[in-house]
Ligand binder design. Structure first.
Ligand SMILES: [Zn+2]
Length: 421
């Protein structure tokens, strides 16, 4: 048996019978309390920290901000917003320190300072601090990638697509649209140009291709699917509402050649799905090496496919996500820990995504079972403790975000990857 995951011993959802099982909120809230208490006991904001969203204080701040917004948890942790403020203040102070010695581009979002300023802007608005908000937004916008940024990269953790994810998120959560369409489209155009240039130079059969440190990754964190997903979130594919019905429509204003290259690249990725529903880590490795986690493999590729399904309405994308979810159910109970990047909660988000897409209660059932698995003795005994056990992407801060979303599955979304906004 693959040592990367524990055997899922739960029976799958019984298709017959009552499909409207009610789930008890208390075990979820108890688990949230356990994790949050351990974060507050262990993560002192004054500790030296690089501050970022991925493993730093800004990620913890994001979790507290999320707790303060949810109607299910804001009474559970009435001081959540104050904690968010304390953690983000320290993250910003360290961002200033690290700026001078960091080799990262200023637009790096999840692993850099741009993400810190974005989350700080949301917290400033929640605290009704207009001066703080405008300062944070100015810092975030000053980091906007431009066509003068030669080199650099395009992926989600440190590249241009990650910065875009922050722009979309800010426009969603702040009262007004703060990042104008022309800025977003300019970044998208740079990403498309970079992908075409790489593809031509390396004779790729995909019209848009990218490499990170010389490797053609396909997953959400470093690879093609995360980058293409952020292009699909652009104003080129703006969501409108039909007057005749409640169903949402997408007005596609992307230039025809961009649309062609994007669609062809997405459909090339689709052909790489294997029989069990997973995707390879890289284009070079083909089907040899496979991981089942958000950063590499199906649990991250599904966000691109979900957005493609919502925009193009082609059933093949939804079917591919359903196959991915079956793969996650079988092989997604990872020993690597509870987190969202390469852990149980990140994989369980696939079920919440499919629940929102299909309203099929099998996915809600599976999402709850993954939560139960986190509390099982086997997981406690056999799971590894990540390097940053309380952080947003490797640790339990991300798991808390998942659990908050489990309390409100109709609103659930993986952090900074909301395909429904
Ligand atoms: Zn990972």
């Amino acid at each position: 048996m693959d040592v990367r995951y524990l055997k899922n011993t739960y029976p799958d959802f019984p298709r017959k019978g009552d499909n409207t099982a009610a789930y008890d909120e208390e075990p979820i809230k108890d688990l949230i309390s356990t994790y949050v208490k351990s974060i507050l006991e262990t993560c002192k904001p004054q500790k030296e920290d690089r501050g970022d969203l991925y493993v730093g204080n800004a990620g913890i701040a994001y979790m507290f901000w999320k707790l303060s917004r949810s109607r299910h948890t804001r009474d559970l942790w009435p001081t959540a917003l104050q904690h968010a403020s304390t953690f983000i203040r320290k993250a910003k102070a360290n961002a200033e320190l690290f700026k001078r010695r960091s080799s990262l581009q200023s637009y790096s979002f999840l692993c850099g300072s741009a993400g810190i300023y974005a989350v700080s802007a949301a917290i400033s608005e929640a605290l009704k601090d207009p001066q703080g908000l405008s300062k944070d937004l100015a810092s975030f916008r000053a980091a906007m990638p431009s066509d003068k940024d030669t080199g650099g990269c395009d992926e989600i953790l440190v590249g241009r697509a990650g910065y875009l994810s922050g722009c979309y998120w800010l426009n969603d959560v702040l009262a007004d649209q703060k990042i104008p369409d022309e800025d977003l489209i300019a970044v998208c155009q740079d990403i498309v140009a970079s992908g075409r240039q790489y593809s031509a130079k390396n004779h790729s059969h995909l019209p848009l291709m990218y490499a990170f440190h010389g490797t053609e990754y396909l997953g959400a964190a470093h690879g093609l699917s995360g980058i293409l997903h952020m292009l699909l979130e652009s104003p080129w594919f703006r969501k409108g509402h039909s007057l005749a019905s409640e169903s949402s429509l997408f007005d596609i204003s992307a230039p025809a050649d961009v649309l062609h290259d994007l669609k062809r690249s997405i459909d090339c990725i689709l052909t790489l799905q294997n029989d069990e529903g997973n995707f390879p880590i890289t284009l070079e490795e083909g089907n040899d090496r496979r991981l089942v986690q958000w950063c590499h493999g199906a649990p991250g590729v599904v966000y691109l496919l979900a957005k493609a399904y919502l925009i193009f309405k082609e059933h093949k994308y939804l079917q591919a996500i359903e196959r991915s979810a079956d793969c996650v159910w079988r092989r997604g109970f990872l020993r690597k820990g509870p987190g969202i990047c390469h852990g149980v909660a990140g994989n369980a988000y696939v079920f919440l995504l499919l629940f929102r897409l299909t309203h099929d209660t099998i996915y809600l059932y599976r999402a709850h079972k993954f939560m139960e698995l986190l509390t099982s003795d086997e997981f406690k005994q056999k799971a590894r403790v990540p390097d940053r056990p309380h952080s947003l992407y490797e640790g339990v801060a991300g798991t808390v975000c998942y659990l908050v979303d489990l309390l409100e599955p109709e609103e659930a979304h993986f952090p900074f990857m909301d395909v429904f906004h």
